[in-house]
Design a protein around this ligand. Sequence first.
Ligand code: A3P
Length: 324
Amino acid sequence: MDKEISKSQQREDDEETMNLISSLPSDVDFEGTKLFKYQGCWYNDKTLQAILSFQRDFEPQDTDIIVASFPKSGTTWLKALTVAVLERSKHSSDNHPLLLENPHTLVPFFELRLYMQSSKPDLTKISSSPRLFSTHVPFQTLKEGLKNSSCKIVYVCRNMKDVLISFWYFKCANQEIEKEKNSLESMFESFCTGVSYYGPFWEHILSYWTASLQYPKNVLFLKYEELKTEPHAQLKKLAEFLDCPFTLQEEESGSMEEILDLCSFSNLKNLEINKTGRTPGGVAHKNFYRKGEVGDSKNNLTPVMEKRLDMIIQEKFRGSDMKF
Ligand code: A3P
C-alpha cells in the first residue's frame, strides 16, 4: 500500500516537474544545448530536474554546511579546505580522507550528484558530522531548498576571466577534444550574454555577495585570489565561520600549515586517487586540477575579449561594493 502511494506521489512529482520545465523561458547555448531559465539562472533539463527535486525534498539540518560556487571558481579546493578544517585532529596523516578520496566524493553536489542520481537519495548514509554538501546554484535557489534552516554556506568567487578559461580547458579535457580557438570564442559569447550553464555569472556572484552582507553568520564569501595570496588569514576566517577556530596552541604547532599543505594544488593533484579516479558521473578527477594559478586568462584571451569582459564586469558590479 505504502509503495503504491509513493509510486503515485512520484508520478505526480514528475508530472509537476515536467509541466514547470516546459513553462520556462528557454534558449540554446554555444553548443546548441537547450537551456531553461529558472529563478534567474540557466540550466539544462537534467540539472534542472535535480534542482527541483532538491528544492522539494531536501530535509536540511541546522548543522549542515554547504560549499557553493560558480563552476571552475575553486570549488574542489574549498571542499578540501572545509573537510580538512572540520576533520583536523580526527585522523593521522596517513589515513586522512583527503588522501583516499577526491573532495567531490567527500562533499557531494546536491544537483549534480545526489538528486541527479535519484530524485529521492538516501541521505541517511552520509556519515560525516556535520553533513557536508555542495552546489553551483545561485543563493535564491539554494535558500529555497534549505527552507528556513540555519545551515552555513561558504561561497568561493574567482576572477571571471580565469573561470572562463578554466571552464574551456575542463570542457575540452572531459570531451577529449582539441582546444580550438573557435570553441573558446563561442563559449566566450555565451558567457558574455549570460545564456550559459549556471549563468549569468554576475547574477550568481551578486546573489551570494548580497546574502553574505545580509546573513553574515550564515554566508561566508571567499575569493580564490585571496586564498592564494593570504592563505593563513583566509583559513582562519573559514574556521571561525564554521565555529571551529584554531586555538593558539594549534596555531603555534603548525596546524594551519599542515592543512594548507595537505590541500595544496601540487599535493592533491599528485595523489593516486586524483590521478586515476573518476566521479560517479565519469569525470576524470585529474581534470579538476589543471594549473591552479591566478591570471592564466592572459595567456588565452585576446585583448579585445579581455576588454569586453572587463566592461561587463564593470557595468554589472557597479553600485555594489564587490571588488574583483
Ligand atoms: P585552472 O583550470 O585555472 O587550473 P573547480 O574546483 O571549481 O572546478 O575549479 C577548478 C579550478 O581550480 C582549476 O583551475 C583547478 O586547477 C583549480 N584548483 C583545483 N584544486 C586547487 C587547489 N588545491 N589549489 C588551487 N587551485 C586549485
